[in-house]
Every structure is written in structure tokens, then in C-alpha cells.
Write a protein that binds this ligand. Structure first.
Ligand SMILES: [Zn+2]
Length: 318
């Protein structure tokens, strides 16, 4: 049994979203050190606010200011903060019911240790020094044993100058990925510049890359079959948008990305087509892989000089 591979994998991208009127007011309020909730039809105040009543689904728009002080309703200690969390020292995740609100706001509580945290303790917002209209404008909560908060003026109605209308939320998934037995064998073969699929014992189809089972028959596959290196472009698209900031995607546009059925495979895989002007790529074009020095998979595929394949030969592999 060959070694099953695993490797760290990070998927990271900025997620840009627009804000509706309620979230816009909430986040603009944080920038101005005002915490806003919404009032539901039955008189409850929800913080953080939502746009639709979770019980009746009615649209709710009545904004109401609540206090920056509140009570911890439940908590969990985080002994080892991870990248991007509110504090870089151990802290408690807390649900805080702010004074004037009926629901809990999830945030971090800066406390010296779990012994200093309890349900029912009083806390207040610690504002970030630089605020931009984001939940991180609340740096964290901190223990508070002072008097209840008193408003200094009339309650805020949620209208501000220069409303925040959108946010960019960085998304990051950081995990260890194991491709499993079948794809480990596939990747290991690629390191020898060979492409190996697996044949279904029932329908006899050869899957490349192999997933370890036939999705049609629902049975495990184990018979390894070497395919290629030649293949046929079964369909393709012309890419006109330059993507990525990483070196391996630094390709001049336009370029062609294609489905390629390697000889002997019953499933097309994806690859970039090079060595031919983009507007001369066509269905049926015969291609071969091009490996770069030290590459772990073909950099691209190029025409191999053979006559185009007959449509009948690849029509099931689009
Ligand atoms: Zn099958």
C-alpha cells in the first residue's frame, strides 16, 4: 500500500459584501462608538441587529441604541488564540447581553484567566483606537464594575453622515488536506511524469484523476491504468480575466483552458493549452503535456501534431 499523502492547505480570499440599511447603521454606529440594535414587532431588541424578524420573518427597520455595558450570559475560554482572532493573548469568547438588549452579542473578553470569568459578570466595550465601521471596532470586552451606563444625550436613531455601505471580510481556511489512497497514487505517478487513473470494475470506465470510487456504480475502484500522454481537447474556454497574485497563475491573457481527455481515460481533466494562438484552439485538437523543470504536474498541454480527433471519439467526454 503506497503512502497516503497529506499536506497543509490554505484557501484565502477577501470577501466583499454590501450592507443593507440595518447592517450599514450598525457598523457605522460602531465607528462612532454607538451600539445599535433593532426592535422587533413584539418589542424585543436584537443586538447584533438583523433585517428580518427571526420569528415572523417580517422586515424590521426600527433602530435603537443600547448601552456599551452588559452581562455575560455564557462563555468559553480560548487558551490558544489563532491568527486573526480579536486578541493575541488567551481570552474568553463571551455572549454579552448589552444593557437594553434581549439577545447576546458574540465577542472576546480580555481577562487574565478562566478563573476571572463567570456567567453574570458585568463587562463593557473596549473600543478600538482606529475604527472603520466593522465588528472589530469593538476591540473586545473588559470586566466592568462601575455604575450602569447613562446616555449622554437622546438615543441615537441610526442616521449618520458618511454611512458605511460595504465591508471586506477576509476569509481564510487553514487546514491539512489528505487526498486519500487513489489520488495519492495519482500524485505519486505524476512525480514520474506518468498519469494514472483507476478503472471501475463494473462499468469499466477509467477515471482520471481517480477518486477511489465510481460515482455512477457506487463501487470502489482499485485497478490502476496508465493513460496518455496524448489527449484530445473536448471543449475549452478562452480566459480574458487575469487571475491571481501568485506566480503559478501569472499567465498573460487571453489564454485557453480546456477539458482534455487523455488517451485511455473516460473522463476529461482540466489544463491550459499553449504553443498555439488562442484563437486556433478547437475541439478535437490533439495535445500532449509539457512539463517544466521540477514541476509536479504538467504546466500546460500543446498540440502534438496529430490530425484532429473525430467528434464521435470524444463526444461522451465533453
Ligand atoms: Zn462504474
Amino acid at each position: 500500500m503506497p503512502e497516503v499523502l497529506k499536506a497543509p492547505l490554505v484557501v484565502e480570499f477577501p470577501f466583499t459584501r454590501s450592507l443593507g440599511p440595518v447592517q450599514s447603521a450598525f457598523l457605522t454606529g460602531l465607528r462612532e462608538r454607538v451600539v445599535l440594535g433593532v426592535r422587533t414587532g413584539d418589542g424585543r431588541t436584537l443586538v447584533p441587529p438583523v433585517e428580518y424578524d427571526p420569528v415572523t420573518a417580517e422586515e424590521i427597520r426600527e433602530l435603537i441604541e443600547v448601552a456599551p455595558t452588559g452581562t455575560v450570559t455564557t462563555w468559553a475560554w480560548n487558551p490558544a488564540p489563532r491568527r486573526g482572532q480579536p486578541l493575541d493573548t488567551p481570552f474568553a469568547w463571551v455572549l454579552v447581553r448589552l444593557d437594553g438588549a434581549d439577545t447576546g452579542l458574540l465577542h472576546a473578553l480580555d481577562a487574565p484567566g478562566p478563573d476571572a470569568v463567570r456567567t453574570g459578570m458585568r463587562v463593557r466595550v473596549r473600543w478600538a483606537e482606529e475604527r472603520s465601521g466593522a465588528i472589530t471596532d469593538i476591540a473586545c470586552f473588559e470586566p466592568y464594575d462601575g455604575d450602569p451606563w447613562q446616555p449622554t444625550g437622546p438615543a441615537h436613531d441610526g442616521r449618520f453622515d458618511d454611512m458605511v455601505t460595504g465591508i471586506v471580510a477576509p476569509a481564510r481556511l487553514d487546514y491539512v488536506y489528505s487526498p486519500g489512497r487513489a489520488q495519492s497514487a495519482y500524485i505519486s505517478a505524476l512525480s514520474e511524469q506518468r498519469t494514472v487513473g483507476e478503472r471501475c470494475p463494473s462499468c469499466r470506465k477509467v477515471y482520471v484523476p481517480p477518486r477511489g470510487a465510481c460515482p455512477t456504480c457506487g463501487v470502489a475502484t482499485s485497478e490502476q491504468v496508465e493513460v496518455g500522454p496524448g489527449g484530445t481537447v473536448t471543449t475549452y474556454c478562452i480566459v480574458n480575466i487575469k487571475a491571481g497574485h501568485t506566480a503559478n497563475l501569472d499567465i498573460e491573457v487571453p489564454y485557453v483552458y480546456a477539458h482534455i481527455a487523455l488517451d485511455g481515460a473516460d473522463l476529461a481533466l482540466h489544463g491550459r493549452i499553449g504553443g498555439i494562438p488562442y484563437d486556433q484552439v478547437r475541439m478535437g485538437l490533439r495535445v500532449e503535456p509539457v512539463w517544466t523543470e521540477g514541476g509536479r504536474y504538467p504546466d500546460h498541454y500543446r498540440p502534438n501534431g496529430e490530425p484532429d480527433a473525430d467528434y464521435e471519439m470524444y463526444k461522451e467526454l465533453l
